[in-house]
Design a protein around this ligand. Structure first.
Ligand code: CUA
Length: 369
């Protein structure tokens, strides 16, 4: 008996520690103001999804209370006591079997009505004539094109607030044929939890996803389908802004890359951007990156940089777009983002400084937020 007495408290301590750990895990999910909190929806689809969630949640709470209540009542009412007879066994009782088959079936059928209704509503073509935005998933970044506006950008999707847009989602179909760059066709998934549910981006197909934001703001999104080593670093932001701000952004994008003043460090960077060649004799930065308005910079292999200086993040929505992060990226992209297709070009310190100055000057006249 003695050994038992000494081991029991230790086992209890372990169990208590486990219980606290599990409780902390649950509590961690209760944080507020988190950027991807589906309990704070700001888009009409996310709101509909949350309404369904609460409906099912409260029905489940009702079922739990009734079932557990009956169980606890039975445990107490019929607990073994000296002299008490065993209660009547009702195994195989047809009436009871029918009742507890029918009740869950009715509950499930009841839940199916609004669920299927929502699925059909979501599948319906959006009303009116929403602005189309083509989103193409690449390893590991997002190309964002506004065909009607003649704009291509990356990783930061701007849209007017309270005005639905229609996303045409697709994925890189063919491997890019640029030296050292070989992304493969894979499936990605577009997800902005506060605005809408997920939608896959499949090579060679186009999926539609209507999107709207009811409040102005910057909404965090991410790829939600494993797509390779930097899947977790395939993030993006949706910027929902008042119409005038969106129009100003469009104008700045269409005006093209800001030309740096002669004699500045940024001008040196611009020169380097066009003339730089890789040690293997490969093309300049323009072999992959596009800059609207700059002759020869039409490539769409890598993110368009026309207004890079005004973007909030770099490396596909992952790192703050600060001078230091940008320098670090230029020095060795793969050290920041494993598997990035942009290699370490062995740029000198001066080259990094000049390119960073140039890229940061590409803000379309808008200061970095
Ligand atoms: Cu793209 Cu995961």
């Amino acid at each position: 008996m003695t050994p038992q007495r000494t081991t029991r408290p230790a086992g209890r301590g372990l169990r208590a520690a486990l219980a606290v750990g599990v409780l902390l895990l649950f509590l961690a999910a209760c944080g507020r103001g988190l950027p991807q909190n589906t309990f704070e929806p700001a888009g009409s689809r996310a709101e509909r999804a949350l309404e369904l969630y609460w409906l099912v949640f409260w029905i489940a709470v009702g079922v739990f209370v009734v079932v557990e209540g009956l169980l606890v009542y039975t445990l107490i009412r019929f607990r073994r006591k000296p002299g008490r007879e065993t209660p009547v066994q009702i195994h195989g009782n047809t009436r009871a079997e029918i009742i507890w088959t029918i009740i869950p079936a009715v509950i499930l059928a009841g839940i199916a009505v609004p669920t299927i209704g929502t699925i059909f509503d979501f599948a319906r073509d959006p009303e009116g004539d929403p602005m189309s935005i083509v989103v193409t998933g690449h390893q590991w970044w997002w190309e964002i094109e506004y065909p009607d506006l003649g704009i291509v950008t990356a990783n930061e999707l701007h849209m007017p607030v309270r005005q639905p847009v229609l996303l045409h989602l697709t994925s890189d179909e063919l491997p890019n044929e640029v030296e050292g760059v070989s992304p493969v066709p894979v499936i990605h998934s577009f997800w902005v939890p506060r605005l809408s549910g997920k939608q896959d981006l499949v090579p060679g197909r186009t999926h539609l996803l209507p999107l709207d934001a009811q409040e102005p703001g910057v909404y965090e999104g991410q790829c939600a389908e494993f797509c390779g080593i930097s899947h977790a670093m395939m993030r993006f932001q949706v910027v929902a802004e008042p119409r005038e701000e969106f129009d100003a952004w469009v104008e700045a994008q269409r005006a093209g890359a800001t030309a740096p003043a002669a004699g500045t460090l940024a001008a040196e960077g611009a020169e380097l951007f066009q003339s730089f060649s890789t040690p293997a004799g490969g093309g300049s930065c323009m072999a992959c990156h596009g800059l609207r308005g700059v002759e020869g910079a039409e490539a769409r292999v890598a993110p368009d940089l026309t207004m890079f200086g005004a973007r909030r993040r770099l490396g596909s929505g992952v790192f703050q777009n600060t001078e230091e992060n940008l320098r670090q990226w230029l020095r060795d992209p793969r050290a920041m983002k494993p598997g990035a297709f942009m290699p370490d070009y062995g740029l000198s310190r001066d080259q990094v400084e000049a390119l960073a100055a140039y890229l940061r000057s590409l803000d379309g006249g808008a200061p970095v937020p």
